[in-house]
Ligand binder design. Structure first.
Ligand code: C2E
Ligand code: CA
Ligand code: CA
Ligand code: CA
Length: 277
């Protein structure tokens, strides 16, 4: 334990097997971390490209670990999924998001909140009733909550995913397929999956303006989505050229560092006040 204290966050990459012991001990700590308030949500605004207005906020978890410091989700979410602990994290994230959403509403900002959920959550039959209960508790309309599910997690178990997503969709919740374009779903699969939105993976957006291939891919995905009655969000918008290209391609919503990095709650409130109207 003492030896590991000196390693930086960079050394805890999920892909790095050398630190599997450290990562396993992190997992036993995750539930305590939730109780001890070491987890925090950061909030990244999404804008409506046509109007330039903020329409929504994505919630992204961060772990402030007492010994290892600031840990990014890619370094503990995959293991939390393997151990099943992700269920606790997801429930905490949804509740935290709705509390913040209610607070923003009281400050005069009526924004959708988007929370990431994983494969494990899709087979948790407690999730839909739990979400219903929270929406009632915080008096939030289901249309104001978006759940983002990655394309690959849907594809890992399509039958169960479709069942769970149908329950959530019937409750009026917005559903989005995250990292779209990286998970090999077929047209047939897409047609059967009850969602409202496709979120184009950032790998197609980062260099959009300079990449003829990416332009063709984003254009095709956008046409497909619109023909199926779905809306499009592009993530990873890091420069104005990508944003202009997305506007040209009639993508509805943009998210990325060019607009704002993910922010702690207080910074988000300041940012919203500064960018009002
Ligand atoms: P994601 O859902 O695809 O989230 C987008 C990631 O891209 C975030 O990384 C975000 O900070 C980053 N990003 C945003 N704008 C830009 C940009 O302009 N350029 C670049 N290069 N990156 C950008 P983050 O916060 O490290 O999260 C990584 C992944 O961890 C997320 O990917 C998501 O799959 C997962 N994750 C985060 N929070 C949660 C959570 O509460 N629950 C679950 N199940 N997964 C989560
Ligand atoms: Ca996401
Ligand atoms: Ca994504
Ligand atoms: Ca991702």
């Amino acid at each position: 334990e003492a030896k590991t204290q000196h390693h930086s966050v960079e050394e805890y990459k999920a892909s790095d097997n050398k630190y599997s012991v450290v990562r396993l001990s992190l997992m036993t700590e995750l539930r305590n971390a939730i109780e001890n308030q070491q987890l925090n949500l950061f909030y990244q605004p999404k804008i409506d490209i046509k109007t330039g207005r903020i329409s929504s906020v994505e919630c992204l978890v961060r772990w402030q670990h007492p010994e290892h410091g600031f840990i990014f989700p890619d370094d503990f979410i995959p293991l939390a999924e393997q151990t099943g602990n992700i269920r606790y994290l997801t429930k905490w994230a949804i509740e935290t998001a709705l509390i913040q959403q209610q607070r923003l509403l009281n400050l005069g900002f009526n924004l959708k909140m988007a929370v990431n959920i994983s494969t494990v959550d899709l087979i948790d039959l407690n999730l839909p009733p739990y979400v219903a209960q929270l929406l009632a508790k915080y008096d939030i309309k289901p249309q104001m909550l978006t759940l983002e599910v990655t394309e690959s997690s849907i594809m890992s178990d399509p039958e169960n995913a479709i069942t769970a997503l149908s329950m959530l969709k019937n409750m009026g919740i917005n559903l989005s397929i995250d990292d779209f374009g990286t998970g090999y779903s077929s047209m047939e699969q897409l047609k059967r999956t009850p969602v409202n939105e496709l979120k184009i993976d950032k790998s197609f957006v980062l260099e959009l303006a300079n990449s003829p291939d990416d332009i063709i891919i984003v254009k095709s995905i956008t046409n497909l989505a619109h023909n199926l009655g779905l809306s499009i969000v592009a993530e990873g918008v890091e420069n104005i050229l990508s944003l202009q290209k997305l506007a040209e391609l009639e993508v509805e919503t943009a998210q990325g560092y060019f607009i704002s990095k993910p922010l702690p709650a207080t910074d988000l409130e300041q940012w919203l006040t500064a960018n009002k109207g």
